[in-house]
Design a protein around this ligand. Sequence first.
Ligand SMILES: [Fe+2]
Length: 471
Amino acid sequence: MAQILLIHSNANVRDLIALNLSTYLTAHIIPRATAEEAIALLEILPNIDMVVTEGKIEKEETAQLLIEYINTHALNTELVVMGPLEKGIAQKIKNGLLVADPLNWEGAVDAASKIFGVTLENLKKKIAPVYIPIASDYFHALHSSPCDVFIRIKQGEGQYQYLKRIHRDDAFELKDIKRYESQGLQYFFILKDDRDAFATFVSNALVMRLEKEILEAGINRDPAEQLPVLGESYDLALRSIMEQGLNVSTIQLADTVIQSMISTTDRSKVLGPLFRQIIGLSTGRLFKKGQITLMVALEVLKQKNPALGLPARDDSAAKMAYAAFFADLRILDLGDSAQAEELAMLDSPELKILAALDDEVKIKFINHALDAALFIRKNPEAPLDVDIIVKQHHGSSNGSGFKTEYAQLAPLSRLFILAEAFARQFIHYSEQGRTDRPIILDMQARFAGHPTMEVLVKALQESLKQREARA
Ligand SMILES: [Fe+2]
């Protein structure tokens, strides 16, 4: 592997040259700040193949010093000098090329390639690495990366340069990532070959964070501190499942998020303020809806009222939580995330919104409950029969469309439908800034005429009253 000393005062130019020469010539690049530093290295390593240097750095005649050193010591080191030289100096270069503009990094890369006897275009075609984007949010849970991380800079129409910004195993902090985001960055890039290792690493980091900050944290820890972590993990877990499907890592991550959702509900004394904290998070609406749905459902389950026909088994909470996490997952497949969030908030879908969708999206949306039910069956961690709740979560016994077949549904499906309707209404009212109307009134109106639902609405009303009395 060729060794190239690189001296340039402009960090971007330096990065671009380093990246290109290391990528296309597979050269080892050794950056140095001044001629003095470079010469100190040449004294130890006289066989360095090439020096790429700016002509002058501040007051130092950088190139001239190097040319004189190489000539005096009769080294075979090649030189690429960027920028004008004092009169008569260029002629002293024995092996090398001159690039007139000190910022012309492409010229320097071309010159270096020429000296090594390769044409850059051919090399680019042969070994162009493939980069894949990673949403910057993923890095919020990390303090290091298992692979190199790049940012992308547009060079021209359809042309990009990738600059390495985080080295493998480098330590970094959230504020470093936020700094990039504040400059408008949404995606980092990694090499495609690193994708699996990165995905597993992120998943493990999220699981560890949830275990530390929620599952193993003291019971008195303020949920206000835990909810942002939970919400962000929920969003990332959903996205990981969308991107990678179900595998060992994503199944474990989803399970940890779901256990954390349940655990957070145990720690709240009063529901109202907690709901408002959830609404105030910067997460997607899917988390808000899922978490509030779960909390409402668990309140009713706590009554253990046999008249409701709800199963008394302990795994009902886990079933509700799994259903809350997975029910609308397949909607994320449809269009952009803003559209998916809109669709996930539709209860009985409004015709004018459906009419605006293209046919494929419309069909998938109408069948999203069935789709999600088939999907969750592939998850070995999901409690038995949770697919039934997911399938029936829009009132249709076969998972297709939006119906009111409540009497035919499983009791837990009915509870889920009520809890989710409550959560949607809470989000709607909060977004409109309305606090004047008790949501239970809307639930009474929404499910009037369906006795199997009315009994649950009544139970919910009772639960909320008891909660208030206890608070
Ligand atoms: Fe849904």
